[in-house]
Design a protein around this ligand. Sequence first.
Ligand code: BG6
Length: 479
Amino acid sequence: KQTEKRFPEGFLWGGATAANQLEGGFGEGNKGLNIADVLPGGKERLQVLKQPGFNWEIDKEKYHYPNHLGIDFYHRYKEDIALFAEMGFKAYRMSIAWSRIFPNGDELEPNEEGLAFYDRVFDELAKYDIEPVVTLSHYEMPLNLVKNYGGWRNRNVVTFFERYVEAVFNRYKDKVKYWLTFNEINSGLMMPVMGLGFAIQKEEDRYQPTFQAFHHQFVASALAVKAAHRIIPGSQVGCMLIYAPVYAYDSNPENVMYAHEEGRFFNNFCGDVQIRGKYPAFVNRYFKEHHIEIEMEDGDLELIKEGTVDFISLSYYMSRTERKEKTAEEVRQGNMVGGVKNPFLKASDWGWEIDPIGLRITLNELYDRYEVPLFIVENGLGAYDKIEEDGSIHDDYRIEYLREHIKAVGEAIEDGVEVMGYTSWGCIDLVSASTGEMSKRYGFIYVDLDDEGNGTLERKRKKSFYWYKNVITTNGEVL
Ligand code: BG6
């Protein structure tokens, strides 16, 4: 289908992944354990952490740990990158596993074998002129920092993170220009374990530690931005937000205000600090009313002001609809960001509501508020795929989802929003972050592996592979 929307020259088309969800290479090259290594597969994955007495140990008798194998990218990266190149990728968003570089997180010197692995990956990308876009921390904090330091609640972690980012900036300064600090930083508001590195067992104990941990991440992010600019001239560092525009269920001003407040908190709290360089007024009011006192060191606020990011990267999967008073039946089951069921939207098999217009709204809201370039580094449809008898995979539902979302990006560009690129999530099937399933597939490339870890790991091109290749070749003109 033809569109008249023009994407700018040099638009960074590509795909996105995270180390813990695809590398495997468990313990290889001296890699230390990280959070994802102790998360079992299955829908109860994140619930397990809330069980009293959960001790972050691996119990193979009881659980399967899908991240240990991932999709074995650690050994197959050449083959996978060749497939990305075949689709014409201009950019590949990936992450570095912190625990490959500093296996326990608190060492003084980096692990050479870990550094050498990413050298090989970046060199392979360079062969095909694929620009790496690298997330420094994507739900994969070294486990030692979780168990023995309490995750990001502990100020020492800022120093460890600084040491880690300086090591990778120095090592890859000629290979990587685009960096992202914390993946979906604001997701810590919903599930502190993945991003902030600690489990909460009682709801009422959530506030103080959560915001203290956020403060440490803001300081760490600012230090990372400053270090990147110092060590790698011309580098650009982005924050990374999970964004879900929040709609009021109806025109009742109570609901409109509620949706506004929820949206502003969830979507803008972290961005305001990382982009504008200061805590916003609405958050200061919230701290006061909830008796939250953030411990800060002298100079923290100046540092946050100096270390603002160059661009915003974001994930977009769904919108959220809110009303102030809601019954349990009205709550949308599965929509990761919560809210009530939106009667105008269909949902994926996992209950994530599909809303391409919400992406156009997202891009406009962000650009209106911050006026910095935006980079969509995650978007996509998790779906069950079926292999036909002849081995082909007709994932028209995925093509449809991506087409409508890319059209929405085109509309936003026409609206005047500056968009740097689009890397769809899970360009090759990988382990789901929220459920640990393999069967929740996002890829253009199928990987023969099931939820229990059985399969040949063979890669196959889906119908969407050829479709996306054409999208890139025509720079988004033919969708
Ligand atoms: C984002 C994460 O929340 O969504 C990814 O940054 C994740 O790590 C993606 O995989 C899709 O979520 P899921 O749970 O379907 O894997």
